[in-house]
Design a protein around this ligand. Structure first.
Ligand code: SF4
Length: 122
């Protein structure tokens, strides 16, 4: 069955609103993309959507009780809930360094969870 979907390409700040025509697992046409990166974006977003995730992790003996963290690369969208649950289990010891790996290869995604700021010890 042929269907049309609207997507906003987030590959650059222009944010083209794409119209994608699909027939099952086949993309028949991508329209309104100002460059060919929009084609790759539509393919990725429809068949394997990924997102960067930012959250925070508990810190023991830190200046603040939490430190902000993020995924080093985008992770599959269906895994976001499980990754957040995994991060909630963790408590790290201060001091924490900017870009320190907090969880390596979280849930076998191949992606590390990284601290996005320093957190000194009290
Ligand atoms: S299609 Fe090209 S110009 Fe448009 S938002 Fe995507 S990357 Fe930017």
């Amino acid at each position: 069955m042929v269907e049309k979907r609207k997507l906003i390409c987030i590959s650059c700040p222009v944010g083209c609103e794409l119209t994608v025509t699909l027939d099952g697992d086949n993309i028949l046409e991508v329209e309104d993309n100002a460059c060919k990166l929009g084609l790759d974006y539509a393919q990725q977003e429809i068949f394997d959507p990924k997102r960067m995730v930012a959250t925070s992790v508990k810190v023991k003996n830190g200046f603040h009780p939490l430190v902000p963290v993020y995924t080093e690369h985008p992770i599959p969208k269906p895994m976001i809930k499980d990754v957040l649950a995994e991060v909630r289990k963790v408590e790290i010891e201060a001091p924490v360094d900017f870009n320190q790996i907090v969880i390596e290869n979280v849930l076998d995604t191949g992606v590390n969870i990284i601290a996005s700021r320093n957190m000194p010890k009290v």
